[in-house]
Design a protein around this ligand. Sequence first.
Ligand SMILES: NC(=O)c1ccc[n+]([C@@H]2O[C@H](COP(=O)([O-])OP(=O)(O)OC[C@H]3O[C@@H](n4cnc5c(N)ncnc54)[C@H](O)[C@@H]3O)[C@@H](O)[C@H]2O)c1
Length: 274
Amino acid sequence: MAEGWSFPKGELLAGKKGLVMGVANDKSIAWGIASQLAAQGAELAFTYMGEALERRVRPLVESIGAEVMIPADVTDDGSMDAAFAEVERRFGRLDFLVHSIAFANREELKGSFIDNTTREGFLTAMNVSVFSFVDSARRAARLMQPGGSIITMTYLGSERVIPNYNTMGVAKAALEAATRYAAKDLGSKGVRVNAISAGAMRTLSLAGIAGGREKLSQGRKFSALKEDTSMEGVAGAALWLLSDLGRSTTGEVVHVDAGFHMIGLPDEEAEQTA
Ligand SMILES: NC(=O)c1ccc[n+]([C@@H]2O[C@H](COP(=O)([O-])OP(=O)(O)OC[C@H]3O[C@@H](n4cnc5c(N)ncnc54)[C@H](O)[C@@H]3O)[C@@H](O)[C@H]2O)c1
């Protein structure tokens, strides 16, 4: 796919209001998704982790003509109360939510899972990366009507052992289970909940994982498409799931990883270049 390729502008999300949580900079998956949602007519609000990030996030938000930017630390109930009250005040309702937030201490993302996982680090990863999703989904769903849609971001380390992913792999497994439970509960309200399992992408989060860079090149060598996961591919899946195109899909984990997840053994050509 050509570098810089993007979708033609459209109206798939015209009239819809969405909240995007997890933009830290222009490399963030949340931003890659948000920019394409805006190009399809969505009106977006953003939460970001705190004042320190505002300088990076504001120009992005302004570049798509959005105005609502709210600080929210997902580990702080008061901060979440205030953020969702502000979303309600500004938007009145929500049609979709993008949850693209995760964190684990660097020390937990290297070496032996058994030896390096601490109680505190484990609970931090589960709190920021999983509970935050349950909490945000509950708060967002209260503002949604039938047709509402929620997505979160996951990774293959939930299903298979990926070196150094460790605690985060366990958190992603919990996140995927939470996606299914939330989809069941919110299904009776007509709200859909799905997860996108993206291949390795060059973001701040990847830099926190030991050997993150190698994960990228391995994705390229061993994936069916023999290419990196593209932001456009991830944003395209988000567009499908968040718009009415996805209206019968819920509780799903969609792999967007150039076909990396389904390869059992690499072919000879890939092995030779490894
Ligand atoms: N980069 C990859 O290779 C990859 C692959 C698959 C899935 N993912 C997932 O995509 C999501 C987004 O990650 P990314 O790669 O775009 O990196 P990123 O660092 O740009 O995004 C992570 C976001 O989490 C936010 N965050 C962390 N702690 C928070 C807190 N306490 N309160 C509020 N926000 C907090 C950060 O501010 C940041 O915006 C994560 O769930 C990540 O696990 C990433």
